[in-house]
Ligand binder design. Structure first.
Ligand code: IPM
Ligand code: MG
Length: 353
């Protein structure tokens, strides 16, 4: 059996400590299952700027060549806030996504029974909440033309939201396929009452829908979608949307679940998958053993499932996380007065594997 190769990019802020937790879980899984993993490490984001003057250095890009998956912590921090925008830590993450070509970003959101009280929503709204955001990840305004200049004596800037039909088609197919494996309901979130790019999304998605007659397709404007996510989150199954709306709605979704420290993500559609928690680098709590590692541990579960087909092992991790929460263990984001540390809750997860 060939060793499975993972490139680990710890990044900045809480990145290193939450990744170390995920790696402890991986090592426990390896002991139990006999599966062998080979790890390689490289830099991205602020640490890479400090070391190479580039948030996505050549050294890191090279290493993508011979791995099957990338596990990433988080990037960014106040240290690099005033740096040239062209080399901000976040640019490293975007360059990595683009280099891999991972256009389909899956961000599942479900409610853990023990965490109902952590959600700002009333319990009756939380019943049967289980949806996944399928966010287009390598196009749109994140990668469009942008410029800052003086025009008519005024400081002016623009960022272009641009998609071609091929980009929309491939993510739409991904979303329909995802819906076929779930409750067969798909909601396209856009702003087609204002944006031409959104109108094109509607057109293309409606065309693809003809190949998926079993999937119930619904269109929602993004402002309405933001409202419905709070009003009736259980009405969603698969949410398909562009890069920027997906970014915004997934943070909103994390609050329905109780904490942004819980939501994992998988970025797929290419040969090498990228797995990262949806949260940022939280520099204010870095190095204090209080960050929530569960989103990263759950991202590792997604890695095992999608990049290596290790479904049983992925289920094991997800079940263990559920069990730890059901046993009443909490990290500080979930229970500020009575919590386990980053490492300690990881050990609970490992005990429950
Ligand atoms: C995310 C993050 C990133 C994004 C940032 C760090 C560039 O917010 O993964 O949601 O906007 O995609
Ligand atoms: Mg985000």
């Amino acid at each position: 059996m060939q060793n499975k190769k993972i490139l680990v990019l710890k990044g900045d802020g809480v990145g290193p400590e939450i990744i170390d937790c995920a790696l402890e879980v991986l090592s426990a899984i390896s002991d139990k299952s006999g599966e062998k993993f080979t790890l390689d490490f490289a830099d991205i984001g602020g640490v890479a700027i400090d070391k190479y003057g580039n948030p996505f250095p050549e050294e890191t890009e090279q290493k993508l060549q011979d791995v099957s998956a990338v596990l990433l912590g988080a990037v960014g921090g106040p240290k690099w806030d005033n740096i040239d925008p062209a080399i901000r830590p976040e640019k490293g993450l975007l360059a990595l996504r683009k280099a891999l070509g991972v256009y389909a970003n899956l961000r599942p959101c479900q409610i853990y029974p023990g965490l109902i009280d952590n959600s700002p929503l009333k319990p009756e709204y939380l019943k049967n909440v289980d949806f996944v955001i399928v966010r287009e990840l390598v196009g749109g305004i994140y990668f469009g033309k942008r410029d800052t200049f003086i025009e008519n004596g005024l400081r002016t800037a623009f960022d272009e939201e641009r998609y071609d039909e091929a980009e929309i088609k491939r993510i739409a197919i991904y979303a329909f396929e995802t819906a076929m494996g779930r409750s067969k309901k798909l909601t396209l979130v856009d702003k087609a009452n204002v944006l031409d790019s959104s109108k094109l999304w509607r057109e293309v998605v409606a065309e693809i829908a003809e190949d998926y007659p079993e999937v119930e397709l619904e269109f929602l404007y993004v402002d309405n979608a933001a409202m419905q996510l709070i009003r009736q989150p259980s009405s969603f199954d698969v949410i398909l949307t562009n890069n920027i709306f997906g970014d915004i709605l997934s943070d909103e979704a994390s609050q329905i679940a109780g904490s942004i420290g819980l939501l994992p993500s998988a970025s797929l559609g290419a040969e090498v998958g990228l797995y990262e928690p949806i949260h940022g680098s939280a520099p204010d709590i870095a190095g204090q053993n209080i960050a929530n590692p569960l989103a990263t541990i759950l991202s590792l579960a997604m890695l095992l499932r999608y990049s290596f087909g290790l479904h049983a092992e992925a289920d094991q991790i997800e079940q263990a996380v559920k069990q730890v929460l059901a046993n009443g263990h909490r990290t500080k984001d979930l229970a500020p007065d009575d919590y386990l540390g980053t490492r300690e809750i990881t050990h609970e997860v490992i005990k429950n594997l």
